[in-house]
Write a protein that binds this ligand. Structure first.
Ligand SMILES: CC(C)(COP(=O)(O)OP(=O)(O)OC[C@H]1O[C@@H](n2cnc3c(N)ncnc32)[C@H](O)[C@@H]1OP(=O)(O)O)[C@@H](O)C(=O)NCCC(=O)NCCS
Length: 181
């Protein structure tokens, strides 16, 4: 069990992954549109199964620097996405995070709602100082979520990531504890 979770929001439940989540992960992880701006995928069932097995093993270990969390929509009795938060620097109390949601559920504010809960956890419970995330400059949905969260665009990196055979330009967004509070 990951002691930070489960976490309830108005419409969502952030929790550890379970074996029975596999078909629901497959649904979004195999979608080329979902994986368009990601450094992974699209993933077939064998990759999803291996990753899920790894996550379930990880969930037995605590503490661990990087935590993957399933995002469940209780009203649909299924997971609709996943998020990650990684404490990248303990000394400077810094973390980064990421998110992936099933395309059928996009544009309902779910990623923003789930990420807000993750940032509340980061600042109010874990006492982190700074949280950041990056995305492809073409990934409007992703940086819109960060803007809705009140994160600040701090950088435009030129060709910092080799992704799916091409160099990607990235935005970096960040928020500080004093701004969040
Ligand atoms: C990025 C992602 C998680 C957003 O999930 P979501 O649940 O749709 O997010 P929300 O509904 O909270 O907010 C999405 C916002 O982006 C906007 N948006 C989505 N697609 C857009 C586009 N192509 N152009 C402009 N804005 C767009 C929406 O209108 C919404 O903003 P609004 O509330 O002001 O209208 C989802 O699109 C996703 O899983 N993408 C694939 C994986 C991915 O790219 N992850 C991020 C890697 S950095």
């Amino acid at each position: 069990m990951t002691p930070w979770f489960p976490l309830e929001t108005e419409r969502l439940l952030l929790r550890d992954f379970r074996l029975e989540d596999e078909p629901h992960i497959c649904e979004y992880a195999s979608d080329p549109e979902v994986a368009r701006f990601t450094d992974w995928g699209p993933s077939d069932v064998s990759i999803v199964r291996a990753n899920l097995r790894g996550r379930l093993e990880d969930q037995e270990r605590w503490p661990r620097p990087s935590v993957e969390v399933a995002v469940e929509l209780p009203s649909a009795a299924r997971i609709i996405g996943g998020m990650r938060i990684t404490v990248v620097d303990v000394t400077h109390r810094t973390a980064d995070f990421g998110y992936t949601f099933n395309r059928r559920y996009w544009n309902n504010g779910y990623a923003t709602e789930a990420a807000r809960a993750l940032l509340n956890l980061a600042f109010l419970q874990l006492n982190l100082h700074r949280v950041w995330a990056t995305c492809d400059v073409r990934n409007h949905g992703s940086y819109r979520v960060m803007e809705k969260l009140g994160m600040r665009r701090e950088a435009l990196f030129q060709q910092d990531v080799l992704q799916k055979g091409e160099w990607r330009n990235s935005y970096l967004y960040a928020v500080l504890a004093e701004e969040w509070n």
